[in-house]
Design a binder for this molecule. Structure first.
Ligand code: ATP
Ligand code: MG
Ligand code: MG
Ligand code: MG
Length: 565
């Protein structure tokens, strides 16, 4: 590629609204441009990086035996109603209607679509196990899109879904995916850790997240210094000695609260002891006159109140939204009194503790424990709850915990039969009996990986890409090419030779000052650079510098190709 025919859209100034370094550098290096909140255009340079990540992911998924498919982004509401998630998923699900007023959503994930496909196509245990994947745009109406493409509303995900005749088969494929993810992130040159994760609102029995370690990460990870134990902090807290254990997803149930209209009635229905506090209350809305509430784990900390619209949920919940937000963000919870809310916020009257109140099963609301309490499962007392801090004993009994920040770039789940039960995805087993298929799902945030890699690979001059992700492997920077015939012909010759040898090469043939070209190539982060100038050329040399090297070196012209390859 020649820069004269390739958009180099670098910027000197650090954009004011970009908080993290990857977002700043992606804008400055000309990889992306913002269209609207959480929506970005990938410029040619950025797209090359994204495609390189995609290629590694595809090669490793293919090698694992998974089969690539491509499912629609637009999904019919009926499938989501069948799984129950049309109600449960909350406002992150972007819902649309077609011209006939039929409901659809833009896919944030594809469990329903793939389960629908597999229940039609797969009839016998002999066809199992199977693992289907796609690399495709996902849409999530994130409550707080931020950090550029790190948390955007449209992003590229690799999602895979495996189907099995039984749990042992699921566990085998899960182990293969765990290894595949390790291969992918290793090839991409990232410093990452698989950590034990909570199964969250998706449900299921086992889960790992893959985190890229970086201070700007949004998640806390607990590591043992005496073993390879690592867990996200929610999980480490749940397992910490002496901590109140949040119930497993399987132990949970929704709590119907018929006829409840006030906080006191709700508190009474949920058997909440006044000395308990509740961090998050998720209210689904009314179903046939019943308020369906999911109460999440207690916490003595008051976070913000989140009230969100859930399409399809009738008033009076919607009427309450503005008032609730005003009350929460205003003078504090003591001031709730005069606000008329049909359903109020649960108060710990003995202390200044209140609930995080969510209308609609906002997925963010599930974030902390990912669980809701069964009616019979006692809420933890404030004093039972433990924060995990550095220096705590590791839950595996080996060493003490350290806490680091991580960026979630991958997530694997054993879903069990959550979707296949709800959607009746069955096969005939060896004895000709119908059995419900077990299922796993496996995601990688392909676009987020790009930002995460920059968080780990940059210096004060710009990006220092790992080799596998760099938009170009090598930059040729000719000096004074427009005037020097010797420089121009040498640059052209090397450009052709390197391209023929399969090296992804960018020839900077712009009529710009050397300083401008060097700064651009360093900001863009191309791992290898050769400079062709009259003076060195007269002595038979070409200058080489690796992006991470402190000094350049001279290489004889007749040996430069061998040196580079
Ligand atoms: P997060 O906790 O960061 O919101 P998630 O747990 O909701 O992510 P998953 O449902 O596990 O995400 O999706 C699989 C992967 O997709 C995540 O591990 C992450 O890398 C990526 N991802 C999720 N949401 C976004 C987003 N808004 N922008 C970019 N990538 C995302
Ligand atoms: Mg999320
Ligand atoms: Mg997550
Ligand atoms: Mg996740």
């Amino acid at each position: 590629m020649r820069t004269s025919n390739f958009l180099i859209a670098t910027q000197k100034e650090t954009p004011a609204d970009a908080e993290v370094i990857s977002h700043q550098l992606m804008l400055r290096a000309g990889l992306i441009r913002k269209l609207a909140a959480g929506l970005y255009t990938w410029l040619p340079l950025g797209l090359r990086v994204l495609r390189k990540v995609e290629t590694v992911v595809r090669e490793e998924m293919d090698a694992s035996g998974a089969q690539e498919v491509s499912m629609p982004v637009v999904q019919p509401a009926e499938l989501w109603q069948e799984s129950g998630r049309w109600e449960q998923y909350g406002p992150e699900l972007l819902r649309i209607q077609d011209r006939h007023q039929r409901d659809f959503c833009l896919g944030p994930t594809h469990e329903e679509v793939i389960t629908d496909l597999v229940r039609d196509e797969i009839k016998s245990y002999k066809q199992l196990p199977v693992n289907f994947y796609q690399i495709q745009t996902k849409v999530r109406d994130e409550i707080r899109p931020r950090f550029g493409i790190m948390r955007s509303r449209e992003f590229l995900m690799k999602d895979a879904y495996s189907f099995h005749v039984d749990q042992p088969s699921l566990e085998q494929t899960y182990a293969v995916m765990h290894q595949t993810y390790t291969n992918i992130f290793t090839r991409l040159g990232l410093d990452f850790r698989p950590v034990i994760a909570d199964t969250g609102s998706i449900g299921g029995s086992a889960s790992h997240e893959f985190h890229v370690l970086a201070d700007s990460g949004e998640d806390d990870i607990a590591f043992s210094d005496g073993s390879d134990y690592a867990a996200n902090v929610e999980m480490a807290e749940a397992l910490a000695p002496g901590s109140a254990r949040p119930p497993a997803a399987a132990e949970l149930a929704e709590i119907p609260t018929p006829g409840v209209k006030t906080i006191d009635e709700l508190a009474a229905k949920l058997s909440i002891d006044p000395s308990h506090s509740v961090k998050t209350l998720v209210v689904h809305g009314e179903e046939e006159g019943q308020l369906v509430a999911l109460v999440l784990r207690g916490d003595h900390q008051l976070n913000e109140i989140k009230v969100e619209k859930l399409p399809g949920i009738a008033s009076p919940l919607q009427m309450a939204e503005e008032d609730a937000v005003r009350a929460a963000c205003g003078a504090g919870f003591g001031s709730l009194g005069p606000v008329q809310l049909p359903i109020d916020v649960i108060v710990d009257r003995s202390a200044a503790v209140l609930a995080d109140f969510v209308c609609g099963a906002n997925k963010e609301g599930f974030h902390y424990t990912g669980v809701n309490w069964d009616r019979d499962c006692p809420l933890p007392r404030v004093e039972d709850l433990r924060e995990v801090v550095a220096g705590d004993p590791s839950p595996d009994g080996k060493g003490t915990l350290q806490i680091k920040r991580g960026i979630e770039v991958g997530h694997i789940f054993q879903l069990g039969t959550k979707y296949s039960d709800a959607m009746k995805a069955q096969v005939l087993d060896e004895r000709g009996k119908s059995v419900t298929m077990a299922m796993g799902c496996y995601g990688i945030g392909v676009s987020r990986v790009v930002a995460a890699a920059i968080e780990q690979n940059h210096d004060d001059r710009g990006i220092t890409w790992p080799e596998a992700m760099a938009p170009f492997q090598l930059a040729i920077v000719p000096l004074n090419m427009q005037k020097s015939e010797a420089v121009a012909s040498c640059a052209e010759e090397l450009y052709q030779k390197l391209r023929n040898a399969g090296v992804d090469t960018l020839l900077d043939d712009r009529n710009e000052r050397p300083g401008v070209k060097f700064a651009d190539m360093e900001l863009i982060g191309i791992p290898h650079r050769i400079v062709i100038g009259d003076r060195a050329l007269a002595e038979g040399n070409i200058e080489y510098k690796g992006r991470r090297d402190s000094d350049s070196q001279l290489v004889p012209r007749d040996r430069i190709i061998d040196f580079l390859l």
